[in-house]
Design a protein around this ligand. Structure first.
Ligand code: AQP
Length: 334
């Protein structure tokens, strides 16, 4: 049995990108033998300023959404990161193991910091070290993520290797990213070259997992496309990022390959295809939104689910992080 770890930032409402790239995979993995640990990474969220009341609200909202998607707290460990101090403690150790040059190569930092790198928080820069700690605090070996996170997973392996080398141990195992090929990266509905993101200023750029049927239909209708009809072959989607994205979304929802989608819709204009896409999205997403609202109606129950999850997470992480602290040379906590 392997241990799986993954996380999501409670920085807004999860998007279709988060769902197809990660959350749906987490739910499917519950059917296997492996132990799943799923974390609402609020420490990561505050690398960009969050209004405190909104952060509390968004954390409960994300918990409700994960439950609505099918994460079962009896079978998986579901909790919020700040409730388990092992993350921050190991994160600090990893800040002292990782090298500046490694972090400077992280493309997500460059994307998120944009042109004004001097003005962003130092937390945003060392974010990948904390992410490495999130995983290694559990000796997890499988990490289901969207492909935007692959560089961070490589870094987490580099950090573990350097820690093991520096202290002459084989303590942290190698980790492996589990990426769903077809839906590894869902792109913005307004710009097919940018990933769909919950913090994009334009709500029209994404499908939120709590959007109503009308809103979903409207967003798909308005999604950017090009004037050409859908082609017969996948290779002809090259240079047509918006068309490729919509075909990819349809394929991911229907469990098909893009060439099967094109087989069905080749020669069709975007009108009928978008109509069909909106229908399948509504059928899939709307029930999740409805269940999310039901869970949100009882915030105390949600807090209890997360607190019980945090106790289970702590029982796993605490001995591992104490051993890391011992290896580094810290005196016992007593
Ligand atoms: N567009 C996407 N397509 C596929 N997978 C995606 N993921 C995120 N966006 C897409 C995957 O969702 C998981 C959780 O992501 P996160 O919340 O930790 O942070 P993120 O990758 O930065 O996602 P967002 O939506 O863009 O958040 P903000 O706007 O707050 O920065 C990860 O496994 C990620 O790969």
């Amino acid at each position: 049995m392997a241990r799986i770890f993954s996380g999501i930032q409670p920085t807004g409402i999860a998007t279709l990108g988060n769902y197809l790239g990660a959350l749906r995979n987490w739910v499917a993995l519950q059917e296997g033998e492996d132990e799943g640990i799923y974390c609402l990474v609020d420490l990561h969220a505050i690398t960009v300023f969050q209004d405190p009341a909104a952060l509390r609200e968004q954390t409960r909202q994300m918990a409700a959404l994960l439950l609505a998607c099918g994460i079962d707290p009896e079978r998986s460990v579901l909790f919020h990161q700040s409730a388990v101090s092992a993350h921050a403690r190991l994160g600090w150790i990893f800040n002292c193991v990782a090298r500046m040059g490694w972090l400077k190569r992280m493309t997500q930092f460059k994307d998120k910091a944009g042109k004004d790198q001097e003005a962003v928080s130092t937390g945003l820069f060392v974010y990948p070290n904390l992410m490495a700690a999130d995983i290694h605090a559990y000796h997890a070996t499988k990490v289901p993520v969207g492909d935007d996170q692959l560089q961070h997973i490589e870094l987490a392996n580099d950090i573990a290797e350097k820690f093991n080398h520096d202290f002459g141990v084989a303590f942290f195992p190698r980790i492996e990213a589990v990426v769903q090929k077809e839906s590894a990266r869902v792109m913005s509905l307004r710009d097919g070259t940018k990933k769909m993101s919950k913090s994009d200023p334009s709500d029209m750029s994404r499908i939120n997992m709590t959007d109503t049927a009308d809103v979903i239909a409207q967003k798909i209708k308005k999604a950017k496309t090009d004037p050409e009809p859908l082609p017969e072959h996948v290779k002809d989607l090259e240079g047509r990022p918006e068309a490729r994205n919509l075909v990819g979304i349809y394929a991911a929802i229907m469990g098909q390959k893009p060439h099967e989608v094109l087989h069905q819709f080749a020669g069709s204009g975007f009108g009928p295809f978008k109509q069909r896409l909106a229908d399948v999205l509504v059928a899939h997403v709307e029930p999740i939104g409805r269940r999310t609202r039901e869970y949100l109606a009882d915030p105390t129950a949600l807090d209890h689910v997360l607190q019980a999850g945090a106790r289970k997470a702590e029982a796993i992480a605490e001995p591992i992080v104490r051993e890391a602290e011992r290896l580094v040379g810290f005196l016992p906590r007593g």
